[in-house]
Structures are given as structure tokens and as C-alpha cells.
Ligand binder design. Structure first.
Ligand code: SF4
Length: 367
């Protein structure tokens, strides 16, 4: 059977030397072009942090260019993804209309600043993990790798106090959401050692982020905390998971995936996705909820100087309302909202400004 994609198992550097498979530290381009995704599940594909770099939330870095897909008029946007990525949610927080344009007209091309951001995330990632390329033959393989990478990252967090690029998933307001947490550090505060969730944003100018950029970064980390806390308290409802993603729990995983799983988890006998379920669930139970504080780091791309840190508290009520609002649009219950008046400056950096009705009219809808 032909491989449907290549994916990467993450191996902590501390154990990489003893690992029997040939390790391949990928260059950024290689990771970007074939990073592990669950794209076949319909998510608009949250790439690894290393391939993501600057998100749409760092829109000041986005050049006014886009990949046209052709047909002019925007189609009514009613996406039917099986899951959402965390970056989909932050993109909606930036501008729903821009997300709609990205879907109907094609995503804006990556700029040099975005590529530099991606390269920086690769550097951060390979400080603690390396990757092994694995051939994926089925959607079950793809999900198996994601779950195995979570287990590996969680064990690294437990033993070394830090991990990066940790894949997480769960159900938020009835939607399956997937994401990759940039960094987790075990950190003792108030007598309890908990994971502190951290995200590094790179900037191409040595200036502090704007309020909307900070808000996007904050929302991203808050959603990660929600996913993490759900995982370690209630776990994944695997019956629903298999049903929702139309996966066969007893489908035999590829030899590549089984071989790697056997090497990584000595004593386990992983043959199917179902075999990974107890490993995953046991791992989740070992951790407490994440800290209520979350940390954003801003770095200047030119010299990696720290421009500033934003430590802020998790705001559950605010997050719930924002997610509720955006999901109304996502589920087709209302039209996409434009940026509010005080954030019209975003339009200057928007790849779709020349076709956006908000710009044509010189007015906008507010949320
Ligand atoms: S021009 Fe402004 S309102 Fe229109 S899609 Fe772009 S950011 Fe949103």
C-alpha cells in the first residue's frame, strides 16, 4: 500500500542516542512540507509549531500577497471540518472575514518574516526533541503517531521538566479541537508542581505586540490550557473519537508505526490504535491541571533578543464567550464579522483588502 503521507515521531534528545532507528533531524523545509497532520480528518491542519512560526495573529508580518485559486466571487462559506485547529480559532479572533477569504480564495503566501519565525521554532524544537520519519498508510496511522507523540512528550515533561511541540486534542463546546503546545515546563508554585504553558512569538520589528496580537496569543494559550486540563481530568472520550473521525480501532497499524511504538514503549504490544488508548489514558492521569498563569514570549527575529514577556491569567468566562461567538459563524449561524472599527488598521496588512467589502464601503461591521 502506498504511503499517504510522511509523519514524524518525536524522540527526546536525551534518549535519542540509544534509539535503534536512524534519526533524522529535519531541516525546516522538510518538516514544513510533510509535517504530521490530521488533515485527512478535515481540520484545516494545524501544522507543527515549527512549520507554523508566525500565525495570522502576527498579521503585521504578513505581506499583501495571496494565492488566488481562481474563480473570483467568494462562495458562501460553510466549512465542514471534522475538527478545528487552535490556530483556526485565533485566526477567527483576528478577523472572521479574512478566514472566510482564506478558505474561498486561498491562503496568503508565507512571507520572509513568517519563514524566519518557522525557522526559529525549529531551532527551539530540536533543542529538546529530534524526529524520525515514519510512513503513514492510513488515517489510523496518522492518529497513532499524534497520540504516541503526546505520550513521548508527556514522559519527557515528567522526567526532564520540559517538552516542546506537544500535540493535544479534545472537545470544546461540542467541537473537536486539535493543537500543538509550543512548550510546557514543570514549575512549582504555591507548593504544587504544574505544567506552565508557554508560547514563543517572533517579531520582525523590535516593537512590542499590539493589543490584538497579544489577545490572539493569549487566546491561543488559553485554548491549549483548556485542552490540557480536559485531557488530564476527563481524558479523551475514545468511543466518540473513533466514531467522529470514522476510525477503525482494530485496524492494523503500519509496520513502521508498530516498529517504532515497540521501540519507544518497551513492553507494549502496539498493533492497533485501540492498543494505544490505555497507554495514552494512563499518561494523562499522571499530571495535574496546568498553571492558571500562562506565558507568552516575544522575540526579535534579527537577534533573538527577548522583547518582552506577557504572563497573564487564564480567563475562562472570556474565552467561553469568544469561542461561542466564533463557533456561531463557523457553524453557519451568522455571516462572518469584519474587524471592529478600532482595529481597522489590520486591513492595511490584509491580503484581501482589495476585495473586501469593508474596504470598498469604507465602513465595517463591528462585533
Ligand atoms: S480587509 Fe479588514 S475586514 Fe476585510 S478581511 Fe481583511 S482584515 Fe478583515
Amino acid at each position: 500500500m502506498a504511503a499517504i503521507e510522511a509523519a514524524y515521531l518525536q524522540i527526546p534528545l536525551s534518549v535519542a542516542d540509544g534509539y535503534s532507528f536512524e534519526l533524522q533531524t529535519k531541516k525546516r523545509e522538510a518538516i514544513t512540507s510533510s509535517s504530521p497532520t490530521v488533515g485527512s480528518e478535515g481540520c484545516s491542519q494545524e501544522p507543527s509549531q515549527s512549520s507554523r512560526g508566525v500565525t495570522i495573529g502576527d498579521i503585521e508580518d504578513v505581506a499583501v500577497s495571496r494565492q488566488a485559486n481562481g474563480d473570483g466571487e467568494a462562495k458562501p462559506h460553510r466549512p465542514h471540518h471534522r475538527s478545528l485547529c487552535v490556530t483556526d480559532l485565533t485566526a477567527l479572533e483576528w478577523c472572521e472575514k479574512q478566514v472566510e477569504f482564506s478558505i474561498t480564495r486561498g491562503k496568503p503566501q508565507k512571507t520572509e518574516a513568517m519563514k524566519a519565525g518557522s525557522a526559529r521554532h525549529v531551532e527551539l524544537e530540536i533543542e529538546v526533541v529530534t524526529r524520525v520519519e515514519v510512513q503513514v498508510l492510513s488515517r489510523e496511522d496518522s492518529w497513532a503517531i499524534r497520540l504516541l507523540n503526546f505520550i513521548t512528550g508527556a514522559r519527557q515533561l515528567q522526567s526532564e521538566g520540559l517538552t516542546r511541540e506537544l500535540p493535544v486534542l479534545g472537545v470544546i463546546q461540542g467541537c473537536w479541537v486539535v493543537g500543538i503546545i509550543d512548550e510546557l515546563q514543570l514549575c512549582g508554585r504555591d507548593g504544587v508542581e504544574r505544567p506552565l504553558l508557554i508560547d514563543t512569538k517572533t517579531r520582525n520589528r523590535p516593537t512590542p505586540p499590539s493589543e490584538p496580537q497579544k489577545r490572539n496569543g493569549r487566546m491561543q494559550l488559553m485554548v491549549y490550557k483548556l485542552l490540557w486540563d480536559n485531557l488530564v481530568t476527563t481524558g479523551i472520550p475514545f468511543d466518540l473519537f473513533f466514531h467522529h473521525f470514522k476510525l477503525q480501532p482494530l485496524h492494523s497499524l503500519s509496520g513502521d508505526v508498530r516498529g517504532h511504538a515497540g521501540d519507544l514503549y518497551i513492553g507494549s504490544n502496539v498493533q492497533t490504535l485501540q492498543d494505544i488508548v490505555p497507554l495514552f489514558s494512563q499518561e494523562c492521569l499522571l499530571f495535574p491541571k496546568a498553571h492558571e498563569s500562562l506565558l507568552l514570549r516575544y522575540e526579535w527575529q534579527a537577534d533573538r533578543k527577548l522583547l518582552g514577556q506577557d504572563e497573564f491569567p487564564f480567563e475562562g468566562e472570556w474565552l467561553e464567550l469568544r469561542l461561542q461567538w466564533h463557533l456561531e459563524y463557523w457553524h453557519g449561524q451568522r455571516e462572518a464579522a469584519y474587524v471592529p472599527e478600532e482595529e481597522l488598521w489590520k486591513c492595511r496588512y490584509c491580503a484581501f483588502a482589495n476585495i473586501c467589502p469593508a474596504m470598498e464601503a469604507g465602513t465595517k461591521c463591528s462585533q
